[in-house]
Design a protein around this ligand. Structure first.
Ligand SMILES: Cc1ncc(COP(=O)(O)O)c(C=O)c1O
Length: 406
């Protein structure tokens, strides 16, 4: 581990307040040109003594704006202290969790969520194909599995490119070369020559995991240019700790970018997606007109709260790598317990061995029971599957009540 270590609450307190000390203080320095200030004091009445004990709340109240991408060099100097913590967070995720060689090899930022991070990736690759390869929009296609998150379809719509869903095998939710070939041929028939591939590190509904190799083989065999993004919004903070061999991280040279989402498994506040990409790619989404922003802006979001980055950093540093592994191990144990109970009762379900999602077929659970326990259906109109996500509050006690009801 190069960046990830366990820190005491005192060390975290000291580092966050040091960072805030390097940011602008709206009360002391009176910057007159920013459309920003500390949080409204009529509503968010800060109690000095309480805030001094609370680094995250203090950051919220100081209200740093992390507009832009801070791994690229120049950034807004008003918030330099907390940007430094965001940079450390990006390095920790890229190197210590996702197996990148060194921090200097990566760019990234804390996005509003997994949707934004996925769109950011596809935006970059669309612009790359158009700028460097002379592609027309109609010649660019997004390829992902049928089980991929709907943000891929949102991206296709926004970016004016076409999306193609690769059939999955209903038994094990895996993608197969045949399905990929079929989707590629369909895209080619519609004029596609350049491909943006999205592989899942745990899908939303099933927790299934895609292997990139079948995509790579099919596209390379056909001589078709492609870029590969990994959507780890669900699995990025879980699957890498499952000790299952995979090629979905930066140790695979074909993977150019990865989405993570701390407001899922990390229990961080909403607004904590993470976008990570190899150096040299952010330039494709620079908006040159963002001239009033120091360092310009290559991100999708514009203004965003620096407190979000601080919250994720604080959580990861509180656990440290071993503490995090232990936490995931406990969730895996509970997931396995549920699977054993379902197997024992002959209930049909899907679970990837590296995931904490158990998806129960409708043959094994009534819609009333699913609603009673807050299980999420694959479709609110015509459900076939209902998922259990084994989170911190989903204990064996809670799961045993579901099992009894089955
Ligand atoms: C696999 C996957 N990707 C992307 C997203 C989108 O994340 P967000 O809702 O944070 O935008 C989700 C959300 O559930 C997801 O499960």
């Amino acid at each position: 581990m190069q960046f990830w270590k366990k820190l005491t609450p005192e060390q975290i307190h000291q580092q966050v307040f040091e960072a805030l000390g390097k940011n602008v203080d709206y009360k002391e320095r009176l910057p007159l040109g920013l459309p920003a200030s500390h949080l409204d004091e009529k509503v968010f009445t800060p109690q000095g003594a309480m805030l001094r004990e609370a680094p995250f709340l203090s950051t919220l109240v100081q209200n740093p704006n992390h507009i832009g991408c801070h791994t690229l060099g120049d950034s807004e100097s008003f918030f330099a202290g907390t940007q430094e913590i965001e940079r450390e967070l990006i390095a920790l995720c890229a190197v210590d969790i996702l197996n990148g060689a060194q921090a200097g090899d990566f760019d990234g930022y804390v996005a509003s969520g997994g949707t934004e991070a996925n769109i950011q990736a596809m935006w970059i690759y669309r612009n790359y194909f158009m700028r460097e390869r002379g592609a027309q929009q109609a010649e660019i296609a997004i390829l992902c599995s049928e089980d991929a998150h709907y943000s891929m379809h949102k991206a296709a719509n926004l970016l004016g490119v076409k999306g193609y869903a690769v059939e999955i095998s209903p038994e094990d939710r895996s993608i197969r070369s045949g399905g990929i070939r079929k989707a590629v041929e369909q895209a080619q028939a519609a004029g596609a020559k350049y491909f943006i591939v999205v592989c899942n590190m745990m899908t939303t509904m099933f927790g299934s995991v895609d292997h990139p190799e079948p995509y790579i083989k099919v596209l390379e065999a056909a001589g078709l240019p492609f870029k590969l993004h990994v959507d780890g919004a669900y699995g990025g903070f879980f699957f890498p700790f499952s000790k299952i061999e995979h090629t979905l991280d930066f140790s695979n040279p074909k993977v150019t970018s990865i989405t993570l989402d701390a407001h899922k498994m990390v229990q961080a506040p909403y607004g904590t997606g993470l976008f990570l990409i190899r150096k040299g790619w952010m330039k494709y989404t620079y908006t040159e007109e963002a001239k009033y922003v120091q360092g310009l802006d290559a991100t999708l979001s514009g203004s965003r709260s620096g407190a979000n980055a601080i919250s994720v950093w604080m959580i990861l540093m509180t656990y440290g790598p071993h503490g995090w592994f232990e936490k995931i191990h406990i969730l895996k144990y509970r997931t396995e317990w549920l699977c054993q109970q379902l197997t024992g009762r002959g209930v049909k379900y899907y679970r990837h061995p590296g995931s904490n999602i158990v998806t129960i077929h409708k043959s094994g659970i009534s819609s009333d029971t699913a609603a009673q326990f807050g299980l999420v259906p694959d479709s609110h109109i015509d459900p076939t599957w209902y998922k259990v996500v084994v989170m911190d509050h989903v204990t064996v006690d809670a799961l045993s009540q579901l099992v009894e009801a089955l």
